[in-house]
Every structure is written in structure tokens, then in C-alpha cells.
Design a protein around this ligand. Structure first.
Ligand SMILES: C[S@@+](CC[C@H](N)C(=O)[O-])C[C@H]1O[C@@H](n2cnc3c(N)ncnc32)[C@H](O)[C@@H]1O
Length: 194
């Protein structure tokens, strides 16, 4: 199902790093997430019940490919990427009928779901650098995220600090935490339910 025309890892990394130096606040990290962090984040998903998934900030697709490997054949993955070069890269390199790459801000998640006649999403997996964003943008994304989630849905996000924990707690009814030291920088994982 997943036909990934993988470029050499070095060129993928170069694409990511080049975009970091062009847009440091948008990228938020100089290197992509480690496989350890990806595994911990995706362990939060119940793959049997995940029918509609959304990914925020797929970058060069390191989470995207792992999500596609794990998700069922009839599930849908919508990957929302703000950066035009990265969105074009993903469309070209990951050919899978279950994947839809949309170049826009994560704040438009509900509009994107509605366009596909989807009422809600079961999971939102986020790599967004929330602490680098203007407050109004962050607040808008989180408000839309909450409303986009199914009542049993889960928002799974990593951050490099606990700065946003009180904010997540104020927006979601439950927030579970995890920590992955084998990532640069070490990352906090937050699983939030509406
Ligand atoms: C830290 S990188 C994560 C890349 C990859 N998922 C990983 O974890 O290695 C953050 C990504 O979020 C994207 N991004 C930043 N703000 C965004 C927004 N408002 N909506 C969608 N994507 C955004 C950036 O372009 C970048 O690809």
C-alpha cells in the first residue's frame, strides 16, 4: 500500500536542515524527531479504532511513514503542513491513497475535515512548535483541535519543555504525560482528551 520513493536519508535531512535555517521558528528543531520519540508518540494510538487521523507538521514525513505502516487499510490520514517546500516533497515522495497532504496551517483542521465530509478525527498527532508561535495562532489551533476531535479522540503532541502543560490542562479534560530522553532535544509527550 505504502509506496515510498525514499530519497537518500542525507538528502532528506538536508531538506529539513535547509528549511530550519530559512524558517527557524516554523521548523522549531534543527533535526527531525528520533525513532524513539516517534514510537512513543504512536504508542498512544489504538490502531484498531483509528479511522480518521490528522498529522500536524509532518515535515519530511518521518512520522507520516510510521503512521501509514501502522494504520488500517480503510483509514485516512490528513497531513497538514504549513511549509510549501515540505508539503510538495511529501506529496511527491509518499504515494499512498490513504494519505492526503494539505498545505495550510493546522488552525484550518475543521475546514479540511468538513471538505472531506468528515465530522471528526479520532487522533491528531502533532509536531508543532507551539512555543514559537504567536499566542493568538496557538490558541486558535488548540481551540480548533479540540472541536475537531471525536468525543473519544486524542490529541498527541510533543514539546521540548513542560511550559505548555498548564495551558493544555486548561483546554482538555485529561492530559497524560510521557518523556523521551533519546531525542534531540529530549521531548515531553502530552496525550490530551477533550
Ligand atoms: C519540529 S518540525 C517537525 C517535523 C517532523 N514531524 C518531526 O517531528 O521530525 C515542525 C513542523 O511543523 C510545521 N509547522 C509549523 N507551524 C505549522 C502550522 N501552523 N501548521 C502546520 N504545520 C506547521 C513546520 O513547517 C515543520 O514541518
Amino acid at each position: 500500500m505504502l509506496k515510498s520513493l525514499r530519497p537518500r536519508p542525507a538528502s532528506r535531512m538536508a531538506l529539513f536542515t535547509r528549511n530550519f535555517f530559512r524558517h527557524p521558528a516554523m521548523l522549531g528543531s534543527v533535526i527531525p524527531s528520533s525513532p524513539f520519540l516517534i514510537n512513543d508518540m504512536l504508542a498512544q494510538v489504538d490502531w484498531r479504532r483509528a479511522r480518521v487521523l490528522v498529522e500536524y507538521g509532518p515535515g519530511i514525513g518521518n512520522f507520516t511513514e510510521e503512521i501509514l505502516k501502522r494504520m488500517s487499510p480503510d483509514a485516512t490520514l490528513i497531513a497538514i503542513e504549513l511549509n510549501g517546500e515540505l508539503a510538495a516533497f511529501l506529496r511527491e515522495k509518499i504515494r499512498d491513497p490513504r494519505l492526503h497532504v494539505v498545505q495550510t496551517s493546522a488552525g484550518n483542521v475543521r475546514e479540511i475535515l468538513a471538505r472531506r465530509k468528515l465530522a471528526h478525527t479520532d487522533y491528531i498527532i502533532s509536531s508543532l512548535p507551539f512555543t514559537n508561535m504567536p499566542l493568538s495562532v496557538r490558541n486558535h489551533i488548540i481551540k480548533e483541535t479540540r472541536q475537531a476531535l471525536h468525543a473519544d479522540g486524542v490529541f498527541v503532541a510533543y514539546q521540548y519543555s513542560r511550559t505548555l502543560l498548564p495551558y493544555f490542562r486548561s483546554c482538555f479534560s485529561s492530559v497524560q504525560q510521557g518523556f523521551q530522553p533519546l531525542n534531540f532535544p529530549p521531548a515531553r509527550i502530552f496525550s490530551c482528551t477533550p
